[in-house]
Design a protein around this ligand. Sequence first.
Ligand code: TXA
Ligand code: MG
Length: 345
Amino acid sequence: MTKQQETKLLPVKSEDAVLLAAQLLKNGNVVGMPTETVYGLAANALDESAVKEIFNAKGRPQDNPLIVHIAGLKMLEGLVTNVPPQAYKLAEAFWPGPLTMVLPKTGKTANAVSAGLGTIGVRWPAHKGAQAIIKAAGLPLAAPSANISGRPSPTSAHHVMQDMNGRIPLILDGGQSLVGVESTVITFLPEIAILRPGFVTQGEIEDVLGEPVKIAPSAQRELEKGEAAESPGMKYKHYSPNAEIFLIDSNSEQYVEFINKLKDTSDVFALCYNDDTENIKGVPCISFGERHCLQSQASGLFSALRQLDEAGAKTAYAPLPAEEGVGLAVRNRLLRAAAFNVIHI
Ligand code: TXA
Ligand code: MG
């Protein structure tokens, strides 16, 4: 159990706040940190007990490894080894930014970071506040998303407060996370594969590498009983609000027609695109982005899932997003939020 404590909320733009965060991190504490994807729950990646505190605060299963956040390529030295040339190409193209690369570890990071694997995931975030915190601490920071395990990832400091109030000493507020879905996770061994789709797309990665890159099966569908996930995080129920979610595989007219046949029982919601709201009658709508703007869906999804809970939704029906570009990441998160409940029309 984590002990109950006062949680301070301070702006990341304040130098004093960043120095306080750095001090806490050096002393083995866990701090809520903004990044451009989602907020992270950061601790010194070299300190075994600090990293264990992250697992405690989140209630995270011990076999799900954490991403190590760096600020600058120099920080990679000593942390990973046998870095393939493709990783340098991708770093040049996408770092700082929403790409996590799984690389062979040296053993310098705490064991709990890699949850028994021989690799660590590393990412250089683009958010200036995150960079300031990492630099002030002078440490690589292990950080998963700052939600209670299983809940939707936080895209604002307020979301982190909802989940972590009383569990950690400090949250730094860096505004809305603009990307809104977590980083793309890529591995190079035994072959190059995307383990978790994210904001950096398969097409963008293939363009930089000049070779095809597959998407791991566990990233796209529900695992079968006993099947191993290449990325342990993909095997857990995830991103779930309290409401039961169903995804509707249909075109937009069919979706609206389906919704308009539902009875308003005050706890049934449409989790829809902005464009649909004017055509939906009878049940309340919470929208998560524009139908034709995948990036707006990415940045709005997690907040919309939390709004469902705040509105007391018991059931919500959402369109199944397209499998293209960033839509793949949105679809991956929604499928997990919906426990793979898809209604085909
Ligand atoms: O955008 C992000 O990646 C955010 C921000 C805070 O940086 N972090 C994040 O962390 O989403 P988390 O812990 O919620 O998700 C990490 C994912 C999990 O699916 C985990 O299984 C995978 O990355 N992962 C981490 N290290 C790995 C490794 N060594 N091998 C395979 N998968 C790994
Ligand atoms: Mg997470």
